[in-house]
Design a protein around this ligand. Structure first.
Ligand code: 5GP
Length: 346
C-alpha cells in the first residue's frame, strides 16, 4: 500500500486569481477555439463544450440547439440505426460525435450507419479506460476510421492519457467518479479529484499533440471556467444540461393537495438501475448500479443556460485578461481556498 501526499484538487478547492489587463469588456473576448487533431489533420472551430452521451441530454434536438452556439453533442448510443443515418447524412454531423462502447452490437450498428452516412467524430466511451482491451479497441477504431476524430476515455492519469493518444485517440476524456449522477466513488472507493485529473492529463496529452475533454463534475459556469484554466481543451456536461426542452426524458409534476405543481424532468446515470432496466432488462448479477436517478427542475430552452455558461466564461476571461480562450491556462493562477461561496442565502 502507498499513500500520495501531494494535494489533489477539485473545482471547489480553488478560485482563479484576477490579473491586471487592458481588456475593456467581455464583448472583446473570443470564446472559440480552433483545433487541429493529432491523428487526422482535420480542423474544428467552435466553443469547445460537449453535451454528454447520456440518453437524456445527448439528443438530436440538443445537437441542433448547441450548434447555434458552436458547441457539440456526443449523441447517446441508443438511437436506432435509421435515425442516426438520417442525422449523419443531413449535413449537421460536424456538431456531433457518434458514441459507442465495447459491446459487439454497438460496433455492428456503427459499421452499418457508417456504410450509409459519413461519420466524422467518434466517442469511444467506457467507465474504466484502464484495460488493455480498451486500448486495443481505440487502436482498432483508429485503423478502421483513419479520417475520423476519435475521443476516448475515461481515465484520470497522465500515463493512461498517453497510452490512449498513442493508440489513436485525438481527444482523451478525463473523469472517474465526479459526475452529478455517478455513484462510482461511493460504490468502489475509486476516483481522482477532477481538477487535478484535468491538469495532469492535459499536460500528458499536450506533450503528444493530443487534447483532453474534462468530463463530469461541473455544477456551475465557474467550474467550466476552472476546467479551461486547468488545461481542458473541451468540457463535457451532463447535469448542467438536464431539465431543458431539448432533453428526451420523462416529465413529472409535483402534486400539492391533488393539484398539479412544478414540472421536473427525470435524469439518470448511464449505469443506474433506470438505464440498465431500460436498455438491458435489469442489473446484471455481476455488477452493481453505479449511477443514480434524480428529478431536475424544468428549465426551459437550453439557449438560456448556454447564455449563462458563455457569459460566465467570457467574464472569467476579462477578470484574468485573456483575449482568447486558448490563452486561459497561461493566465490562470489557482488559489487554494477553504470556502469559495457565501451560502448565507442558501
Ligand atoms: P455531470 O456533468 O452530470 O457531472 O457528469 C456527466 C458525466 O458523468 C458523463 O459524461 C459520464 O462520464 C458520467 N456518467 C454518466 N452516467 C454515469 C453513471 O451511471 N455512472 C458513472 N460512474 N458515471 C456516469
Amino acid at each position: 500500500m502507498r499513500i500520495e501526499n501531494e494535494p489533489k484538487l477539485d473545482f471547489k478547492d480553488v478560485l482563479i486569481r484576477p490579473k491586471r489587463s487592458t481588456l475593456g469588456s467581455r464583448a472583446e473576448v473570443e470564446i472559440e477555439r480552433a483545433f487541429r487533431f493529432a491523428h487526422t489533420g482535420r480542423e474544428w472551430r467552435g466553443f469547445p463544450m460537449i453535451a454528454a452521451n447520456m440518453d437524456v441530454v445527448g439528443t438530436i434536438p440538443m445537437a441542433r440547439a448547441l450548434a447555434r452556439h458552436g458547441a457539440l453533442v456526443a449523441l447517446h448510443k441508443h438511437y436506432p440505426e435509421d435515425l442516426l443515418v438520417d442525422f449523419f447524412a443531413s449535413g449537421e454531423p460536424q456538431h456531433a460525435f457518434y458514441s459507442l462502447g465495447t459491446a459487439e452490437a454497438d460496433w455492428e450498428k456503427f459499421r452499418a450507419v457508417k456504410r450509409r452516412a459519413p461519420i466524422g467524430m467518434i466517442c469511444l466511451d467506457v467507465a474504466n479506460g484502464y484495460t488493455e482491451k480498451f486500448v486495443e479497441m481505440v487502436a482498432q477504431a483508429r485503423d478502421e476510421n483513419p479520417d475520423a476524430v476519435i475521443m476516448a476515455g475515461n481515465v484520470v492519469t497522465g500515463d493512461m492519457t498517453e497510452a490512449l493518444v498513442l493508440a489513436g485517440a485525438d481527444i482523451v476524456k478525463v473523469g472517474i467518479g465526479p459526475g452529478s449522477v455517478c455513484t462510482t466513488r461511493k460504490m468502489t472507493g475509486v476516483g481522482y479529484p477532477q481538477l487535478s485529473a484535468v491538469i495532469e492529463c492535459a499536460d500528458a496529452a499536450h506533450g503528444l499533440k493530443g487534447l483532453v475533454c474534462a468530463d463530469g463534475g461541473c455544477t456551475v459556469p465557474g467550474d467550466i471556467a476552472k476546467a479551461y484554466g486547468g488545461g481542458a481543451d473541451f468540457v463535457m456536461l451532463g447535469g448542467m444540461l438536464a431539465g431543458h426542452d431539448e432533453c428526451e426524458g420523462e416529465i413529472v409534476y409535483d402534486e400539492i393537495d391533488g393539484e398539479r405543481g412544478a414540472k421536473s424532468m427525470v435524469f439518470y446515470g448511464m449505469s443506474s438501475d433506470t438505464a440498465m432496466k431500460k436498455y438491458s432488462g435489469g442489473v446484471a448479477h455481476y455488477r452493481a448500479s453505479e449511477g443514480k436517478t434524480v428529478e431536475v427542475a424544468y428549465r426551459g430552452p437550453v439557449d438560456d443556460t448556454m447564455q449563462e455558461i458563455t457569459g460566465g466564461v467570457r467574464s472569467m476571461m476579462t477578470y484574468i485578461g485573456a483575449t482568447r480562450l486558448k490563452e486561459v491556462p497561461k493566465r490562470t493562477t489557482f488559489v487554494m481556498v477553504g470556502a469559495q461561496l457565501n451560502t448565507v442565502f442558501g
